[in-house]
Ligand binder design. Structure first.
Ligand code: SIN
Length: 499
């Protein structure tokens, strides 16, 4: 039986194997499945329905049918259902976090934190739904009234990544549902289980059938499924979080029917430590940003620029602090860094580090791939926290989004020069800097070409703030009061003949 009816389901009761379409758990019409692996052990957790385009077509149609009654509900009714979903998610925080550790590998406290962070988007947008207001514009002629209505965009496709298997779904779906849109979520093939558990809690919260659908598929099917979601005429908006390369394809495909898109893409965050910085604060900020989720976030600090005057001191403190970072099973309370997501990710970092050494990098700390018993192994699952130096800003490693616990230290001398280097990337998601000089703080905040800047802090994410990038890091903002706009069309209505 695929329903978990108890008030607080256990981990095993939250593992679903079928996709969720129109309020029903379904297999692929082809009966195909794919395996979801535990990134720590590389063992199978379970098999999940491997949907194809014809299955996803059903989900889109169900979302279209459900749209009319969902968008015509009172905002307060939608908000009430969203709040029930929020409360159920928090009531299942522990089991959802365990599930996330199992399929994604991040340490349990981080997973628990993500569940809470994910739920905070639902609460935020349930409240925002009540405040969304149109406008009456002063007329340009007598006998006329000019109104602006704000209406739901329509069916939304949410294509979500594996690094935040819960919060990237709620960050897209909560504003969509609050605005009156219905959604079809396609979670990443590495982490479909958290998405399916969210669907189970959505039904229990009373969210009507067809309003929230989850279509699961493997990497091979993802091309045809993604294409359908991005080109189907009934889908009016695509929200995507993932790599810049795939984001460009999404944008390209969505243009065939002129869909709206929100893209939260790759980053290459600079973190600058000025000579006037509080070095302990800078280290704390670096650790918060760099090692979260084993370095696998889009906003992880990627290039660490440290002023020549303080780099020696900073590096010594950094090495000492890295020695306390424990690698291991996310379920172990001591673990600070879990496994990388899959063998492809391990292979990629191995190649990056090899190339970096050819480009002149010195490994000051770490650099080894370890297996689940923490023995060195080329087929391992962990990369040790790794500190490198000797690369310039144009090296392959400095210009790549690392998605790994690698600290790339780059010395600098001058504020103008470091800003130029920090901006010298196609990306523009997050940037961080540390300084105690208030004039510099203002100057540098303005000069960095990034959508988000953390000053004297490495943790910037919150439901109340606009998350998103500039340049090739994306389009649109998630979270904050502006986040709802991404799911709303303005309609101008002119009433004439009133004189
Ligand atoms: C991301 O890596 O895309 C999300 C990080 C966050 O929301 O803090």
């Amino acid at each position: 039986m695929q329903t978990a009816n108890s008030k607080s389901s256990t981990l095993s009761e939250l593992i679903f194997k079928q996709a969720f379409i129109d309020g029903t758990w379904v297999d692929a019409q082809s009966k195909a499945n794919f395996t979801v692996y535990n990134p720590l052990t590389q063992a199978s957790i379970t098999k999940v329905a491997n949907l194809g385009a014809q299955d996803v077509e059903l989900a889109i149609n169900a979302a279209q049918v459900a749209l009319e009654s969902w968008r015509s509900k009172l905002p307060s009714d939608r908000a009430r259902l969203l709040m029930k979903w929020h409360d159920l998610i928090l009531a299942h925080q522990d089991s959802l976090a365990q599930l996330m550790v199992l399929e994604q590998g991040k340490p349990y406290p981080e997973a628990r934190g993500e569940v809470k962070y994910g739920a905070s988007f639902i609460k935020w947008f349930a409240e925002e739904a009540l405040r969304d207001q149109g406008a009456i514009i002063p007329p340009f002629a007598k006998g006329r009234k000019l109104l602006v209505l704000r209406q739901a965009v329509g069916v939304v496709a949410a294509i979500t990544p594996w690094n935040f298997p819960n919060a990237m779904i709620t960050r897209k779906c909560a504003p969509a549902l609050a605005a009156g849109c219905t959604v079809v979520v396609k979670p990443a093939e590495d982490t479909p289980l958290s998405a399916l558990a969210l669907a189970d809690l959505a039904i229990k919260a009373g969210i009507p059938k067809g309003v929230f659908n989850v279509v699961t598929c493997d990497r091979e099917q993802a091309t045809e499924v993604g294409k359908l979601l991005c080109t189907h005429p009934l889908v009016r908006k695509v929200g995507f979080t993932g790599s810049t390369a795939i984001g460009k394809l999404v944008m390209n495909m969505a243009s065939s029917t002129v869909k709206r898109v929100s893209l939260e893409l790759g980053g290459n965050a600079p973190l600058i430590v000025f000579e006037d910085a509080d070095l302990d604060l800078a280290l704390k900020g670096l650790f918060a940003s760099k090692f979260r989720n084993a370095g696998q976030t889009c906003i992880c600090a990627n290039r660490i620029f440290v002023h020549q005057d303080v780099i020696e001191d900073f590096t010594q403190k950094l090495i000492a602090k890295c020695q306390n970072l424990k690698l291991g099973d996310g379920a172990n309370p001591e673990t600070a860094i879990g496994p990388l997501i899959n063998p492809r990710a391990i292979k990629r970092v191995q190649q990056l580090l090899l190339q970096a050494q050819k480009d002149g990098a010195h490994i000051l700390y770490g650099g080894r791939i370890l297996d689940q018993n923490l023995q060195e192994s080329k087929q391992g699952v962990f990369l040790e926290p790794t500190i490198i130096t000797g690369l310039d800003n144009h090296s392959e490693l400095a210009q790549s989004e690392l998605f790994a616990p690698i600290v790339n230290l780059i010395p600098f001398n001058d504020e103008k020069e470091v800003i130029q280097q920090a901006n010298d990337t196609p990306y523009g998601l997050a940037a961080y800097f540390f300084s105690e000089d208030h004039r510099r703080i203002w100057r540098v905040s303005e000069a960095l070409e990034y959508g988000m800047v953390g000053v004297n802090d490495g943790s910037i994410s919150s439901a109340v703030a606009p998350f998103g990038g500039v340049k090739e890091s994306g389009i649109g903002r998630e979270g904050s009061s502006w986040g709802l706009d991404e799911f709303i069309e303005m309609k101008y209505v002119m009433l004439g003949g009133l004189n």
